[in-house]
Structures are given as C-alpha cells and as structure tokens.
Design a protein around this ligand. Structure first.
Ligand code: GLC
Length: 708
C-alpha cells in the first residue's frame, strides 16, 4: 500500500502525528534543542522525517528501520541545510548573489543536489529568500541581498537547480523556500527579534521571492521564527493558508523552523504545547521540526476540540504526497547511489568559478592586477592562512581540509614570487603581535591585508551592533598602511563592514566574503588578472551603522537631501550616501555606456517595449560588464520608490569591442503597488535608467510614456 490516501486511512493517530514530526539525528546541531535518539523515534513511528543526518550508510540504515520495522513502512524524508554546497562548499549565498548570474545560481544548486542526494538526502532547507537590508543581522550572509527582483530570480534558479525537472529522480532534492516571511526586517538587526513592517513593504519587498519560488515549483516552504506585527509566522493563517496556499496556490509542505511551534509559548500566544500545536496546524504548518509540539500536544488538542481530525489528515496527506513525488514509495533507497568520481573535480572547478564571480573589486588605485614587478608579497592579517573561516556559515558537510587558503592560492598562482605571511593579530582577540607581520611588510614590494570576520560572526544568531573590524585588525592595518607600501585589502566577511578609513587608505579594496573551498584560488585568479573582477554588490555598503537600514529603493521624501538647505533629510554627523552603492563593482576593463534607447517611447497598457544600450570596452583588458535596468515612476497615486530594479545583464567584451545589451519588457515591469496593493502601471512618465550601479552618477536615462 503506497498511495497516500490508503495509507492515511490505515494510520492510527500516533502514526499520523509521527508523519508530522521531524527529529534531528544530531550529525550537526542547528538549534537550541538537543536531539533525542532519532532511531528510536523512527522505529516507534513517532518521526516521519529526520534532519541533520547525511551519508549513504547512515541514511539507508535509518530508512531501512522506517520501511522494514514500522507497521506501515512509510519511508522517511531526510533533510539538511544544503545552503551553499554540500561536500563541495561554494561561496556563501550573499557572495553568490554578487555574481548576478542566474545560470551559475542554478548550476551550483544542481551540483549541491547531486552531492546531497549521493548522501541519501531528499530535502534541503534552501533557498533562503529573506530580503536583507540590515547588515547588523548575521543572516544577511545567507541572503540574496537587498533587492526583491534579484531574490526572485535567485529563487527560481535555486528551485530549478535543487529539484530538477523530476522530483522523483535519484539526484533531485526538495527545495524549501525560507523563511516565510520578512525575517530580514528584524528589529534593530537582532536575530529572532520582532518584525513589524507595513503591508506595503510586505508585498513590495518580502513576498515577491516566495511568489517566485512557488511559481517555480518549490516543494516546501519554511515560516520564519519571527512574528509579523505581533502574529508569529508559525501560526500566521492569513499569510500561510490565505496568501501562500490560497492566492499563490501552493500545495506543497510547510515545515516549521527548528522548535518554532513549541516557541509559540515563548512568543506569548500559546499557554502550552496543545494550544501551540493547534495554532500551527490550523495555520497550515504540516511538519513540526524538532519541536515535539505535535508529538506531545496534538493528541490533547484533538481531544479538547482545539483541532479537527480532518485538519490533521490534510497535513498528513500533504506530507505523504511529497514523499510520493520524491519517489520514496517507489524506491526509498533511490538516493544514496554512489556518484561519478569524476564529477567531484568538475564541482571544484565550478566552486572556483562561483568564488571568482562573487569577488567584488570595490576600489582599485592601479595596483591590480598584480604586475610582474611585484616580486615580494607580504600577506598579513588573521584571514591570510585561515582555512575553516573560508567556508563561512552553514557549511554543513563541507570539509575544512578541502579549503585553499588565500596564501596557498597566491603561492600556487605566483610560483616565482617571494610570498610570506603572518597573521599579526587574531581575529577578535585582544593581542596585537603585529611586529613580525610589519617586518614582512617592510621587506615587501606589496602588502595584501587579509582582514574581516570569523565565519561564526555572521549566519544565524550572529548579529553585530558594530560593523567594524573585530579585535585589533585596524591597528594592524593602519600600522601596515603607514609603511607606505602598495596595499591591497581583502575583506572576508558575511556582511558589509563599515571601514571607510580602509577604503580611503588602501590602494585596492575587495569584498571577498567567504568563498568556500576554492577561496584562495579564486582570489588569486582575480588579483593576478587571470580573471576579470566581475562581482557586483547585491547590498548597499554603508559608511556607518547609523545609516542602517540603507538601500537604493528607498521611498522619496518631501524634503530630499539638498546640500546647504538645513530643512532637508540628512544627518548632522554622517553623509547620506553609502560607501559603495548597490551594484557597485569595478572591472579591469573600462566600459563606456552609450545612450539608452527605448522603443516605442510611448505605449499603451499591455504593450511591450524594448530597451537597448551600447557598451564599449575602452580598456586594454578583456572584461565583463554588468548593467542594471531600473524603472522610476515619476508620479503615482502612492509615493513610488526612488527606482526599482527590473533587469540585469552581463556582457563579456574584448578590448575595443562594442556590444549591445537589450531587455524586452512590458507595462507589467512599470507597475508598482497601487493604494489597494495591487500591481498597476499608471499612465504617465517613467524614466528607464541603465547603468553599472544604483549610483545616479552611473545611470543613463530615457523617458517612456504610458498612455491610458
Ligand atoms: C535553523 C534555521 C533554519 C534551518 C533549520 C534547520 O534554526 O533557522 O534556517 O533550516 O534550523 O537547521
């Protein structure tokens, strides 16, 4: 008996609640509650899914217990946080977003799914789709950045990559769009803090990536830990049953975050586990992850009439249908087949490509690419030889020993150079043993400063109130810079860091984030010029914490900043503009952006229009241009944002080569949410702006008129 309806009909209440329970096998700890013995829970039929276990043997052993030792033999879903690679670690998601390359986003997800499925996994708790505009929040590292259009394209690519065309295939894993929703707007950037955004911000900023994920066929959704204006997402029936399942037509599984159902008690909305279980079930949460709320509270909730049997059955049916779609009834052991050994070499090449494409050249005063004359290089700073840090947060099954450090990458790329390294200081310690490092700088032709954060200073439960360099890194950097040698500064971090002093004084500055197992090789590829620097900022880079939240698509003010006019929007002690704008990133080429053309320049509702712009590489080196297309609604019934991103595109050009970038758009791309929160392009004038970043100085504009 393997059809969901018959299985459901045969189940006892305990077995039904078991299918709604996911326990952790404890291979890795990702939450505050420690795992009990998953094996016993599975054998007793009290767990229908397991997380945090991977590896063919263990997965098959546990699956065999479920299939052969339980009364109905329902196979398990095995889930894991395959966030940026599995055994082969790719750049953290924020770094991967910097590539603005949907094809790459899909390819890394596909590669990760291959490895995860080889390890017996059938679900990943990814992609994380929280639009993040507050770098104090550590989970910005896992995010697609500040822009909902980018997040939506990433959602589509990741769902395609993880799930492939057939979810029952041996290498397909269920994608989980998370964390539904607006988690990135936590109060004061503090993880798990309350969220209170307007209905408009919810629909303009936070929901679009989830709409895109559902449209792309995401098999599962995970609500956020947080509340939304006082209603915890884990019980938010209007958004889960109403919008997600109702309006968007999502018929997949909603899996809670870790222990989140039980935490409804801490939120102050449930007196105990029965009430918490009832609130979550009625909101449409199917699986209780590591919460034991369903296991310990749902039967009582049923006996007290807080829930109906039909509501339990509906949830169980969705879980069983997902297992059916995953092919688990046909063959519970389909995943876990050994992969092609040659594929792992390809995945490392992909990791190097993805890492390269995540690197953002923020400043280049002419010292990069490294010239042949640079023979002696001092590589100093606590990240110079750091290995584990390069994996970043959520590196799950990644192998530290696989990591190529920055020093190793440079030495491999520059065998004839004299490359010496010293940490100088620890990442966050109080010591300042810089002398040895400074001696290396004195003897060098060029200094590479390897600065930034520890991997654990971003990711979950890792918010920071100060976004400067931890510990004594600034002391070391300033002492090194004072020696007057050409200096390249690399920032390994999970977020933008407020280092205007470093941007000012270093000759070159790069955001190298945490780039995964191929970090050192990718950094060397860019520093040597073997590859162009093609990464662009997926988040606005603030000068100081006081500016946060700072993002390009801000709504206009009635008193926009005007130098010299006191009564305009400004700070007394800080500039309004960011250190580096959204989309910023230099190339080794020199691109000239021609005029933007739009055809037709006047259109009616539902008409299509084309935008084109010529790009010429006026430089002496080949490079890749990335252009962004923004739309600015000049006048609407609701105050429009400054502008909104509606396209991005990349074009590789040889020196002297000219190319044309084109976008095919419709009036839907002009739409913003009207007073009723419905998308509408109102007749009137629009500016189409194309350029290399959200900085108005880089944008070429043309006017388009929409007539009724
Ligand atoms: C964590 C995270 C979530 C993750 C889950 C399982 O607490 O919030 O993103 O998927 O638990 O590890």
């Amino acid at each position: 008996m393997t059809d969901p309806e018959s299985l459901l009909a045969a189940m006892t209440l305990v077995e039904k609640i078991g299918q709604l329970t996911m326990v952790s096998a404890g291979f890795t700890v990702t939450g505050p509650v420690m795992a009990e013995d998953a094996t016993e829970a599975v054998r007793a039929g009290r767990a229908g899914s397991v997380l945090n276990l991977f590896g063919r043997e263990g997965a098959h052993a546990l699956q065999r217990i479920a299939v052969e030792e339980t009364r109905l033999g329902v196979p398990l879903i095995l889930g894991f946080d395959v966030i940026h690679g599995h055994r082969t670690t790719f750049p953290i998601p924020l770094a991967e977003a910097a590539s603005f390359d949907p094809d790459l986003w899909e390819r890394t997800a596909r590669a990760a799914a291959d490895e995860a499925a080889e390890d017996g996994l059938s679900m990943t708790f990814a992609p994380m789709l929280d639009v993040a505009r507050d770098p104090r929040w550590g989970r910005i590292a896992e995010s697609p950045g500040e822009d909902p259009f980018v997040a939506s394209r990433l959602a589509e690519a990741k769902v395609r990559g993880f799930q492939g065309g057939d979810l029952s295939a041996a290498t397909a894993i269920a994608a989980t769009a998370k964390h539904f929703c607006a988690y990135g707007a936590v109060e004061a950037g503090r993880d798990y803090a309350p969220v209170d955004v307007s209905e408009r911000a919810l629909h303009e900023v936070h929901l679009p990536p989830f709409e895109a994920a559902v449209a792309a066929g995401a098999a599962a959704v995970m609500p956020a830990f947080t509340d939304l204006a006082g209603v915890p997402m884990t019980m938010h029936a209007p958004l889960i049953r109403g919008l997600l399942r109702g309006r968007l037509g999502f018929d997949g599984v909603v899996v809670s975050d870790y222990h989140a159902i039980a935490e409804l008690v801490a939120h102050g909305v449930a007196a105990g586990l029965p009430e918490a279980a009832a609130l979550a079930l009625k909101a449409g949460i199917d699986i209780d992850m590591m919460g034991s709320a369903y296991e310990r509270g749902l039967a009582e909730a049923l006996s007290r009439g807080l829930v109906e049997t039909a509501e339990i059955d509906e949830a169980v049916l969705r879980v069983l249908r997902l297992k059916q779609r995953l092919g688990l009834f046909d063959d519970p052991y389909r995943r876990g087949a050994p992969g092609d050994p040659a594929a792992s070499a390809d995945r490392r090449l992909l990791a190097r490509e993805a890492a390269r494409r995540g690197i953002v050249l923020l400043k280049n005063g002419g010292v990069l690419p490294l010239s042949e004359d640079v023979r002696r290089i001092a590589v100093i700073g606590p990240l110079a030889e750091a290995r584990a840090e390069m994996l970043g947060s959520w590196a799950g099954a990644g192998h530290v020993e696989d990591v190529v450090t920055i020093v190793e990458g440079l030495r491999a790329a520059l065998p004839g150079r004299d490359i010496r390294s010293a940490a100088g200081v620890t990442l966050a310690g109080e010591d300042f043993g810089g002398n040895g490092a400074l001696d290396l700088c004195r003897a060098a032709d060029l200094v590479v400063l390897c600065l930034g954060e520890a991997a654990g200073m971003s990711g979950e439960a890792a918010s920071r109130a100060d976004l400067g360099l931890p510990g004594h890194q600034r002391d070391l950097a300033e002492a090194a810079l004072a020696l007057g040698k050409p200096a390249v500064a690399l920032l390994s971090s999970g977020r933008p860091l407020t280092v205007p002093w470093l941007a000012e004084r270093a000759d070159a500055l790069l955001a190298t984030w945490f780039l995964g197992c191929e970090s050192g090789n990718a950094i060397a590829d860019v520093l040597t010029g073997a590859s162009d620097a093609t990464g662009r900022l997926p988040v606005t880079w603030p000068r100081s914490v006081g500016q946060i939240p700072l993002f390009y698509a801000s709504r206009r003010s009635g008193r926009p900043f005007e130098a010299g006019n006191h009564y305009t929007s400004k700070y007394l002690d800080e500039r309004n503009d960011p250190l580096f704008p959204f989309g910023h990133g230099l190339s080794y080429a020199a691109f000239e952006i021609g005029p933007v053309t739009v055809a037709p320049a006047e259109l009616r509702q539902a008409d299509a229009f084309d935008v084109a712009v010529e790009v010429t590489n006026r430089g002496e080196r080949a490079g890749e241009a990335t252009l962004f297309l923004f739309v600015r609604d000049e006048v609407a019934r609701v105050a429009p944002p400054e502008m909104v991103l509606r396209g991005f595109s990349r074009l590789a050009l040889a020196p002297g080569e000219r190319g044309v970038m084109r976008w095919a758009l419709t009036d839907a791309d002009l739409a913003i949410l009207g007073p009723d929160l419905e998308p509408r392009a109102e007749p009137g004038a629009f500016r189409i702006l194309v350029g290399t970043s959200a900085d108005p100085k880089t944008l070429r504009a043309v006017t388009l008129r929409l007539v009724a």
